[in-house]
Design a protein around this ligand. Structure first.
Ligand code: MV4
Length: 502
């Protein structure tokens, strides 16, 4: 199989940098595309060549198939990697790439479509013998039908949009009386949001965990699973902390879940990297939720515990190479936890906090990986998802991985904009999290509890301390006798700490 010479990365931010790195490690040239506000972005700097694709709005740039293909033609790329988000799960884009002569690094468009509608996915899973949440595999025709089925299923039930996903168009219904209005509302919302008013019912799983299984399939009929990720710590359906392996999955459950995920992928002729999402209840039962037909944000935690490079494997698979291992060759080792660092203000309802990064200190050292898309001076645009970087801690045990992340968070400083870094410091002190008991309700319970003030940055402590020292001593230099042994933090630093923590 001939390996690609040049790959265009149809994305931006940290994932574009990630894919460019994989290309360079394989000796493949990388082409970046950028919108006007991304002209100076890190992924543009890291690529071998870069092409403008339009103004800031995604619809006129990163979602513009024609402009991306124009850039691919100009660059002479052989293949296109979509990253995640944007066009990564768009079958028309995958088809347009192939039609224009570029290999799309991802699944066949038919597999995307088989999993794109949640009811079609459920029908496919039913045929494949994959357990899915009890409910209707087809859309509901009327509120009356919804009421009959809901009564049969037993309340509470979940009303969901077939074209939805990620929690959009979903409603929890506790009793029959709520159904007629909820049914009409869900249909009109689905029609507005997705242009498809099909809605269906599921038995509601109370306090579920979101556990997803990574699968990898080549073009020669080999499909393997690479272990699960626990993504239960989410805020408004946005994942915040992900980890592998899941504290709630035993080796036996992993094997069962993995084999079912492989069956699900094979049922739709899947190739390349994909993820089967499950809901797990408190009794260890798990149910197919949906399939993500793309590489996911949280792929690094799987890479760290398997020792595999998923992006390089995606490229090899797209180039026609067979998987270089079998299922029995895959062994999980250690524990990895990922923090998604967002440009959001925790003290203002996590609203996006765009703007210029005036200073940046990034963590490193043992067991720390940082997939970052920013640099000092970068102006975080308001036009896109506010993900800045992913901070991942890896160690032999979950406890050690948490300890590494606590240390790395103390080293991490982003000046000029607000970030959600303080949130992780609190999560990694929480008893339920430390006990591995976090389910999808964790963050909402967590948010309702009073949080200690965020620790101040050394820099801020130093400035405060200097001011206090100046006030206390009228500006004299340290009165310490230079040959006295240093006895702990200096007075001004200590007083600054006391002031900062008051
Ligand atoms: C559910 C559920 C409980 N029961 N379905 C949310 C987004 C989408 N992936 C499916 N989701 C859910 N579906 C049934 N039958 C609870 C959720 C859910 C959830 C799932 C995974 C991760 C976070 C979540 C947060 C709220 C609700």
């Amino acid at each position: 199989m001939k390996m690609f010479q040049k790959i265009l990365v149809a994305n931006r931010g940290e994932i574009a940098v990630r894919v460019i790195r994989a290309c360079h490690e394989l000796g493949i040239a990388a082409v970046a595309v950028f919108s006007e506000v991304d002209r100076a972005a890190l992924h543009v700097q890291r690529a071998d060549e870069a092409y403008p694709i339009g103004p800031a709005p995604a619809a006129e740039s990163y979602l513009n198939i024609e402009r991306i293909l124009d850039a691919a033609k100009k660059s002479g790329a052989d293949a296109i990697h979509p990253g995640y988000g944007f066009l990564s799960e768009n079958p028309n884009f995958a088809r347009a790439c192939a039609k224009a002569g570029f290999k799309f690094i991802g699944p066949p468009p038919s597999a995307m479509e088989a999993m794109g509608s949640k009811t079609r996915a459920r029908q496919n899973m039913e045929q494949a013998g994959v357990p899915f949440v009890p409910g209707t595999a087809k859309g509901l025709r009327s509120a009356e039908e919804a009421e009959q089925l809901a009564t049969k299923l037993g309340f509470p039930v979940m009303l969901k949009a077939a074209a939805g996903g990620g929690g959009k168009g979903m409603r929890l219904i506790d009793k029959a009386a709520e159904l007629p209005s909820a049914f009409e509302a869900a249909r009109s919302e689905a029609s507005r949001a997705f242009g498809d008013d099909e809605v269906y019912l599921e038995k509601a799983i109370v306090n579920p965990r979101h556990i997803e299984m990574q699968v990898l399939a080549d073009q020669h009929g080999n499909t393997v699973y690479l272990g699960e990720r626990d993504c239960s710590i989410q805020r408004r359906h946005q994942k915040v902390v992900e980890e592998a392996p899941s504290p709630a999955v035993s080796p036996e459950m992993r094997r069962r879940m993995g084999e079912i995920a492989v069956r699900a992928a094979q049922a739709v002729g899947y190739t390349n990297a994909g993820t089967i999402e499950f809901l797990a209840d408190e009794d260890g039962n798990f149910y197919f939720l949906e399939m993500n037909t793309r590489l996911q944000v949280e792929h690094p935690v799987t890479e760290l515990i398997t020792g595999l490079d998923l992006v390089q494997l995606q490229i090899r698979i797209a180039a026609g190479q067979p998987l270089p291992f079998r299922q029995e060759d895959i062994h999980l080792r250690g524990h990895a936890i990922e923090c998604r660092v967002y440009a959001e203000d925790p003290e203002n309802n996590y609203f996006p906090s765009p703007g210029q990064i005036t200073s940046l200190t990034e963590p490193s050292g043992p067991g720390i990986r940082l997939d970052s898309g920013i640099y000092p001076g970068w102006n975080v645009p308001v036009d896109y998802d506010p993900l800045l970087a992913k901070l991942i801690g890896y160690a032999a045990s979950r406890e050690q991985a948490v300890g590494r992340l606590r240390r790395a968070l103390d080293e991490y400083y982003v000046g000029g904009i607000k970030t959600n870094l303080p949130l992780f410091r609190h999560v990694f002190e929480d008893a339920d999290f430390l006990a591995g008991k976090a389910n999808t309700g964790f963050l909402s319970r967590f948010a309702s509890r009073p949080q200690p003030a965020p620790p101040r940055r050394e820099e801020e402590i130093a400035v405060i301390g200097a001011g206090i020292f100046q006030a206390l001593t009228g500006g004299a230099t340290s009165s310490k006798n230079s040959d006295e042994p240093h006895s702990g933090p200096s007075a001004w630093k200590q007083s600054a700490r006391e002031e900062a923590l008051s």
